[in-house]
Write a protein that binds this ligand. Structure first.
Ligand SMILES: [Zn+2]
Length: 399
């Protein structure tokens, strides 16, 4: 259905409504010490609209006042899979853009985990991280080559020519992404040719795999290969490459400030193909959620203990959609120690350490893995705990 809504990227006067949820927990990466506090977190409405001209997709009912990005915001992932992934990105970027050393600026660096790792791996690099949720720790105080600004990005925070500017998993959270990108472009214009590396989730991957839990309130924007290239170009960048990473879940986008007349990134799909795919997906989504819930219910009826593994965005949205009253899932598990013993927003599920699963009967444990990219690591952890479990994906398929 067409709605009169101006596209925030290309200013096309209409957008097409697709996936709709009356309510979603406003925050996923914020946990609470008290259940009552967690349950009082607001929900927001989610209506994904797609621009038929440029393919940009966003939640047109997004209200940023429902979110908080302060010290309590924690989207860190305590996993060797993520450590190896960070090493892969760091090695790629160092070799391609910063082999002569220099300053790496990480806009929206969170707690600075990636930036600290890059500067540890490559002593010829200095780091500057900018993020309102940054918290100082002993390690960053010891490492003199990396410094942080605890704030939202501002143009004046780039006073000298950097070797590289990165911005990972930030743009999908920003209500006015073009305004944000233009402010980075203005800051970098003084230094033509500075490479800009952007990473966002891939909307096509979500649709093609039917990952209903990846539509979340914190992510108000959703990009494809083509719409991210288009967005960067409207912001004044020249997009040089867009490729998939992390088993296809993410997009790596490489751009420069100097304008190029060549169209270097070819189109993969048209906006109308995206709209058709999302319309088709949204029709089947409710049935898919219902089927998953029924599958878990029947496992419970057969005497199985059911655990959800991974209580970041995916686990929080999954629990809300599948078990809103906290009476179906027995355990919600996460390896992030700071989340253990805390409660997730809205549903109030308690987050446990993997050890808690030892209480389950060993013959009848089912672990629902929120992100199969971590499957090997999860199986290894269970084996170290002498836990025998059946592993399933979010659609109930055995892994
Ligand atoms: Zn548009």
């Amino acid at each position: 259905m067409l709605v009169s809504q101006c596209c925030p990227i290309c200013e096309n006067p209409q957008m097409v409504m697709t996936v709709k949820r009356e309510k979603l927990p406003a925050m996923q990466n914020y946990v609470f010490n008290k259940k009552k506090q967690a349950k009082n977190i607001p929900c927001g409405k989610f209506t994904l609209a797609v621009c038929p001209a440029c393919g940009f997709a966003c939640n047109i009912d997004f209200d940023p006042s429902l979110l908080r990005y302060d010290e309590g915001y924690d989207n860190s992932v305590s996993s060797n899979v993520m450590v190896h992934y960070y090493e892969e990105i760091a090695a790629y970027l160092h070799q391609k853009y910063a082999s002569n050393g220099g300053l790496v600026i990480d806009i929206g660096c969170g707690k600075g985990t990636f930036l600290k790792m890059v500067t540890e791996m490559f002593p010829d690099l200095q780091g500057l991280g900018i993020d309102p949720s940054y918290e100082p720790d002993n390690m960053s105080e010891k490492n003199k080559r990396v410094r942080f600004i605890k704030d939202f990005f501002q143009e004046q925070y780039i006073p000298e020519k950097p070797a590289l500017v990165i911005c990972r998993h930030v743009l999908e959270h920003i209500q006015f992404p073009l305004f944000f990108l233009k402010s980075i472009e203005r800051a970098l214009k003084k230094f033509p040719g500075v490479p800009f590396f952007l990473e966002v989730p891939d909307l096509w991957w979500i649709i093609e795999n039917g990952i209903f839990l990846d539509f979340c309130y914190e992510h108000c924007n959703y990009f494809t290969h083509d719409s991210i290239a288009c967005t960067l170009e409207i912001a004044g960048f020249s997009t040089e490459m867009v490729q998939n990473a992390f088993e296809g879940q993410y997009l790596w986008c490489e751009a420069k400030t100097a304008l190029s007349l060549e169209d270097t990134v070819g189109c993969k799909t048209t906006p109308s193909q995206l709209i058709d795919a999302l319309t088709c997906y949204s029709k089947s989504e409710n049935l898919q959620i219902l089927e998953t819930r029924e599958k878990i219910q029947s496992l419970k009826n057969d005497g199985y203990t059911v655990a959800v593994w991974g209580m970041a965005t995916k686990g929080v949205v999954f629990s809300y959609l599948i078990d809103p009253d906290d009476d179906l899932v027995d355990f919600c598990v996460d390896v992030n120690k700071t989340k253990q013993g805390c409660y997730v927003p809205v549903t109030g599920h308690r987050i446990e350490s993997p050890d808690a699963l030892c209480k389950a009967s060993p013959k009848s444990l089912v672990v629902i893995v929120m992100n199969p990219a971590y499957l090997f690591e999860i199986k290894e952890l269970c084996s170290n705990l002498n836990l025998k479990a059946t592993f399933m994906d979010v659609k109930g398929e055995i892994l």
